[in-house]
Design a binder for this molecule. Structure first.
Ligand SMILES: *Cc1c(COP(=O)(O)O)cnc(C)c1O
Length: 392
């Protein structure tokens, strides 16, 4: 849609674009103090995203998906704003506790839990868990029979970059049977959860999913199972190299669908937003550490972070990130390859972005680096994970 829109046009017509959370001036100071690569995490952007979601989806409880980025600056900021948290593992439980969340503010969303994961979170006080099959239901019943349950149902992800129903979620046609089995075991089954996908560009996908889920609520009610929680999952998009619809407009459309399909039911609605909150809170500062002309004539820059580090999202999350040089638009730009610091030839960050003629030591800023980036990075080749610091 809108790679060609510049920032001003974009915000004027209700688009959301990736913007760095620090200026080049600040980046130079921070790089001098902390070294690079350096990840800057903006508290004010966390707060802005949370507040837009809250205002745009009134009454919807926001359980931030820690999976997208368990950084303590993000978790603490959300906790102070009154948010809740979606955890999947003992590590995420510990991060949430460290940030000050209480177990009542946590929802455990992993549909297939190890005994250790389930028991540790249970013993910490978490009481709301997800299941999507009869085996998991029996496991939870055997170990922690007094928890509340949400049944995860698979939904199609028409406009999503990532399908969150490929691995988890029961078929909608199995839902009532799985609810009945929980009821027969005496379990407190409280609602339905679903995901439209991740990086779901079209808010209309929620409308189709909500219509199907409403049918499940109605079918369950016919069986005498009254559900009280509707969990609309994660999936809202973040801007990367392309502008996307503004968050206000996106929420407005989802809110209308919620009203249309569930306005007449007294349900508690919750959501598990991940990247829509975390992605544009982080900007990576990375340095040019090498420059050469390859035998094929291409200019190649080596930077000090790559696919095995913060750019891991390019591999696992299928996202592509904007590389910005200082005064980028005012300098002549040339085709080039930008590669990461490991010895692996696949460690290439960009082949299709043009950059000015850069010198060793120059900084590159990479906005919208806050979701599925350093969270999924590794220390391959003996390289440290990026340092992260909180900024206003
Ligand atoms: C990944 C995930 C999310 C967050 O997805 P986003 O697309 O980042 O919003 C929420 N809930 C569950 C269970 C997930 O697996």
């Amino acid at each position: 849609m809108a790679a060609i829109l510049d920032d001003r046009t974009a915000s004027a017509v209700g688009y959301r674009v990736a913007e760095p959370v620090v200026s080049f001036e600040q980046a130079k100071e921070l790089a001098a103090e902390y070294g690079t690569p350096l990840m800057c995490v903006s508290r004010s952007v966390v707060a802005r995203n949370y507040e837009i979601l809250q205002a745009g989806l009134p009454g919807v409880e926001l359980f931030y998906a820690a999976k997208s980025n368990p950084d303590l600056t993000i978790l603490r900021t959300l906790r102070k704003l009154g948010g809740s948290v979606d955890i999947c593992s003992v590590g995420e439980l510990k991060a949430a506790l460290q940030a000050g969340f209480t177990p009542e503010q946590m929802l455990h969303t992993h549909p297939c839990k190890t005994v250790d994961n389930l028991m540790t979170c249970y013993e910490a006080g978490v009481r709301l868990f997800i299941y999507d099959n009869a085996t998991e239901l029996k496991k939870i019943h055997r170990l922690t029979p007094d928890v509340g349950l949400l049944l995860r149902v698979a939904m199609s992800s028409a406009s999503s970059m990532i399908n969150l129903s490929a691995k988890f979620g029961c078929a909608p046609s199995e839902a009532v049977e799985l609810l009945r089995q929980a009821r027969e075991l005496g379990m407190n089954v409280r609602g339905i959860s679903f995901h439209v996908g991740s990086q779901t560009l079209e808010p209309g996908d929620y409308d189709r999913a909500l219509a199907k889920v409403r049918q499940i609520f109605d079918d369950a009610a016919c069986e005498g199972i009254d559900l009280e929680i509707l969990d609309i999952g994660g999936g809202m998009p973040a801007p990367y190299r392309e502008a996307i619809i503004s968050l206000e407009m996106y929420c407005d459309i989802v809110r209308q669908s919620l009203e249309m399909h569930f306005g007449d039911l007294p349900v508690r609605v919750i959501a598990e937003p991940g990247r829509v909150i975390s992605a544009d809170t982080q900007t990576l500062i990375t340095s040019i550490i090498g420059k050469s002309v390859r035998p094929n004539g291409a200019t190649q820059y080596i930077i000090d972070d790559g696919l095995y580090g913060s750019f891991s999202g390019k591999v696992y999350d299928h996202t592509d990130f904007n590389l910005m040089a200082e005064n980028h638009l005012d300098r002549p730009c040339f085709p080039c390859v930008v590669a990461g610091p490991t010895c692996d030839s696949t460690d290439v960050v960009s082949r299709d972005q043009e950059l000015p003629n850069l010198e060793i030591g120059e900084l590159i800023l990479v906005p919208s680096m806050g979701s599925y980036t350093n969270a999924s990075g590794s220390t391959f080749n003996g390289l440290d994970l990026v340092k992260a610091i909180g900024v206003e």
